[in-house]
Structures are given as structure tokens and as C-alpha cells.
Design a binder for this molecule. Structure first.
Ligand code: GLA
Length: 459
């Protein structure tokens, strides 16, 4: 009897584990890449906007730029198509078809183009009957769509949630995750599920969502304005007790794209968005025009010290620990940490668009950094060491409107780790950690440009 039960139970357990959990081993650190939506929206008039419409040339151009400018070398590894890529109807077999005029070579070839450059390829769909922009949705086509994406060698799916009853989401999102798993192709899975339940927080269980999705949007769409950035930050601040414990390797809250490099975003705003997204260990998915972006924006997006904190293997989402009318202070645990000895990153943000603050004082102990041995504090934007700072010591900073400061504080007394603070600036913007052995040089950039010239995929 016991034997029989064992026989019956095993397949049942296998069935349950394969149907209840995504468990694809992906996204161990927050995904980094480029996505079209906030820079190019649903522009489909390629006659009028030949360089800025949703077509294969746009994605190829961005992939090229990622490699030419070395974004890939600091971690940006994927190019994501958003809405408006398909024909308005499925084919006779119910299969999605890429728009024939704008994607004449088809998605499989576009995926190949990305893969030849060492990049991943992301696509967009919607769980509803139609996407938000009115293209065919995946509802009742989950299996065929998952198989289609796998056949096209897609690496990442953003599944939106327009045009569907929200009560179906707890069924539909896991179902698509299961179908993606069943294809056997590792496909990172981003769900917009909680973003459609902003007004029903009681229906949002991030423990459940985190079992089915690698990442998920949970708030309004970002746009290229300070107001929008601050509204997202406020939403995350308010909900941090729900967000922080449900965030980590394989499952990330996604506050939406980086708008750095777009009109309306100053350098101070750009630094602040990047700082807070890094403090959260949020996905770093840019949406901008990499062909015309300013040098400063590029330097901000490629700050390896900030990225190292974003990609820290602990994957802890930073916490707002101190808040005044305008100034928010965040703390995030990072490596190296051993037992009670913990290292941190911390940041101060001035949310006010008009008012400067001078000589703002922070003592480490006031923000929870109390190890008596002290911390090696390093300024992530100035690339400067402050030296050993004890818990009772204060750091004094100026904060211009919309500006932030960002520090890492490596706890003293973990053998072998003090040297991490020694860094060498390269080309003003890049840094090399002696300890990390990260090497970047102009020479390497040239090599990649050559690689690109000689490896273009013929269409
Ligand atoms: C929603 C999403 C956006 C984008 C559009 C596309 O609004 O939140 O990120 O994908 O749909 O229509």
C-alpha cells in the first residue's frame, strides 16, 4: 500500500511543483537592458519617423549602440520589444505574426541578431484579449504563444494585463509561466499583474506572485518627468513593508524603466533615479535613444560602482529609514557581510524640484550603521574615499534640487575585504576595483566596435 501511494504521490508532486512554481533559475540579479516603450511608445508611422518607429531597424540600432558604447560590458544585456510589434490578426492557425512591413525579417532573425552580439532578446504580450495598444492578446492562446516565443528564441517575456478581468489574473499569469516552462527554453518572465490591482491591495500577494514571475510591475507607467519619478518613489516608500520581504534573487519588484537620457530629465534627476533604482536592486531597463544620448547620461548609466550595488548578490531592496518633507534617506545591506558584521549602501534624496539644502548632516548610527569598528565609506558618484568612518561620526552633504548622494559603507574588520574600497578611475567615468578585477578600457571598446562591423547578421 505504501508503495502504491508512493507511486501515486510522486507524479502528483511533480505535477504540483511543475504547475505551481516558475522556478526557472533565472534573474538571480536584477535584469538590465533596454526597452522601447517610454522612448518610442507605439509609433508605427515609419514613413514619417524612419528613425523612431517600432520596426526591426530600431531594435538592431539599439543593440548596436549597446555594444559600441560598452553598455553590455557593465551589465546591460537585453533588448526588449514592447507593444505594437505584431499584425492585428493571428494567422489561420492562431499563431502571432510579426508585422510584415515593420519586421520583414521576422522575430527569429531579430533574435539571432541580438544573440550574435551576445545580447538577450525580449518580447511583449498581454494576458488579455488585446494588448494595451489593441494588438492581439494571449488570452486562450497561452500555449501557442509560449511555443511561438520559444521557437523564435525569445529570452524574456513582458506580459501586460490590459483587457482582462482582474480576477482571472491569478489563473492566467501562472498559466503562462507554466507554458513558458513547458517549452524547455529558459525565458525570463515579467508580469504586470499587480500593476492592475493598485486599487485592490488586498488582492496582491507578492509571495504568490514571486512564485510565478521573475519580475513584476506594480505601479503606473513612468514618463520622462521628475513628477513621474517621484510618484513611483512615493508609492514604493509607502509600500516598502510589503515590498522588501518579497524581493530578492529570482523575484524583483519593477518600478519601471530608466528615463535617463530623455528630454525633461536633468543630470541631477538622472543621478537620483539611478541611485534609488540601485538602492532598491530594481531592474535597470533603459528606455531612451542611445544614439543621441548625452555623454553625461551615458556616464550615469554606466557607473559601475552604482551597478555593483544594484547587482549585489544579496539582492536586498533598500529601505527608507528617515524622511522629512523633502529629504529621504535609504539604507540597503550589501556584501561583504558576515554574521553580525554587515556592509551597507546608503543614499539621501532631495525630492524638491526648487529647493536646495545645505550642510545636511547624517551620522551613521542614526541610520542604523552601528558597528563599533566603523565603515570604509566611499562616494559612489564622486568616486572618492571618505576613509574609515565610525558610527558616531557625521557626514555632511549639500543637496541641490532633485539631487542625491550615494555611498557604500564596507564594514571594517572582515578579512580580505578592506581592499575593495581602493578604486582607480579610468576615462573619468569608469572605475576598476582592484579587488573585483573588473577591467575596462578604450581598447576593449574598439574591439567590440570591430566585432560589430564584422559580425552583422545579413538579413
Ligand atoms: C502598459 C505598460 C507599459 C507598456 C504599454 C504598452 O501601459 O504598463 O509599460 O508596455 O502598456 O501598450
Amino acid at each position: 500500500m505504501r508503495l502504491l501511494l508512493g507511486h501515486l504521490l510522486l507524479p502528483l508532486l511533480l505535477l504540483i511543483s511543475s504547475t505551481t512554481c516558475l522556478d526557472n533559475g533565472l534573474a538571480r540579479t536584477p535584469p538590465m537592458g533596454w526597452m522601447s516603450w517610454t522612448a518610442f511608445y507605439c509609433e508605427t508611422d515609419c514613413a514619417k519617423h524612419p528613425d523612431g518607429c517600432i520596426n526591426e531597424d530600431l531594435y538592431k540600432a539599439m543593440a548596436d549602440q549597446i555594444v559600441i558604447d560598452g553598455y553590455n560590458l557593465v551589465g546591460y544585456k537585453s533588448v526588449h520589444i514592447d507593444d505594437c510589434w505584431s499584425e492585428m490578426e493571428r494567422d489561420v492557425n492562431g499563431v502571432l505574426v510579426a508585422n510584415k512591413t515593420r519586421f520583414p525579417s521576422g522575430m527569429k532573425k531579430l533574435a539571432k541578431y541580438m544573440h550574435r552580439l551576445g545580447l538577450k532578446f525580449g518580447i511583449y504580450e498581454d494576458y488579455g484579449t488585446k494588448t494595451c495598444a489593441g494588438y492581439p492578446g494571449s488570452y486562450k492562446h497561452e500555449k501557442v504563444d509560449a511555443e511561438t516565443f520559444a521557437a523564435w528564441d525569445v529570452d524574456y517575456l513582458k506580459l501586460d494585463g490590459c483587457n482582462i478581468d482582474e480576477d482571472l489574473m491569478p489563473i492566467g499569469y501562472p498559466l503562462m509561466g507554466k507554458e513558458l516552462n513547458a517549452t524547455g527554453r529558459p525565458i525570463m518572465y515579467s508580469c504586470s499583474w499587480p500593476a492592475y490591482l493598485i486599487n485592490h491591495p488586498e488582492k496582491v500577494d507578492y509571495n504568490v506572485i514571486g512564485k510565478h514571475c521573475n519580475t513584476w510591475r506594480n505601479f503606473d507607467d513612468i514618463n520622462s518627468s521628475w513628477k513621474s519619478i517621484v510618484s513611483i518613489i512615493s508609492y514604493y516608500d509607502k509600500n516598502q513593508d510589503k515590498h522588501i520581504p518579497t524581493h530578492g534573487p529570482g523575484k524583483w519588484h519593477d518600478p519601471d524603466m530608466l528615463v535617463i537620457g530623455n528630454k525633461g530629465i536633468t543630470d541631477a534627476m538622472a543621478i537620483s533615479q539611478f541611485t534609488i533604482w540601485c538602492i532598491w536592486s530594481a531592474p535597470l531597463i533603459m528606455s531612451n535613444d542611445l544614439r543621441i544620448i548625452s555623454e553625461n547620461s551615458k556616464v550615469i548609466l554606466q557607473n559601475q560602482e552604482a551597478i555593483l550595488i544594484n547587482q549585489d548578490p544579496l539582492g536586498v531592496m533598500g529601505r527608507l529609514v528617515k524622511n522629512t518633507t523633502d529629504i529621504a534617506t535609504y539604507v540597503k545591506q550589501i556584501t561583504p557581510s558576515r554574521g553580525n558584521k554587515k556592509s551597507f549602501a546608503f543614499a539621501l534624496l532631495n525630492r524638491n524640484e526648487a529647493k536646495s539644502y545645505r550642510k545636511v548632516e547624517i551620522s551613521l548610527s542614526a541610520i542604523g550603521l552601528t558597528d563599533p569598528a566603523g565603515y570604509y565609506v566611499h562616494d559612489v558618484w564622486a568616486h572618492a574615499d571618505l576613509g574609515l568612518v565610525r558610527p558616531g561620526d557625521s557626514i555632511i552633504v549639500d543637496l541641490e534640487p532633485t539631487a542625491s548622494v550615494f555611498f557604500r559603507a564596507d564594514v571594517a574588520g572582515i578579512p580580505g575585504h578592506a581592499q575593495r574600497r581602493r578604486i582607480y578611475p579610468l576615462n573619468n567615468s569608469r572605475v576598476v576595483y582592484e579587488f573585483e578585477k573588473v577591467q575596462l578600457s578604450t581598447l576593449k571598446k574598439l574591439e567590440f566596435a570591430d566585432f560589430l562591423r564584422t559580425n552583422r547578421v545579413p538579413f
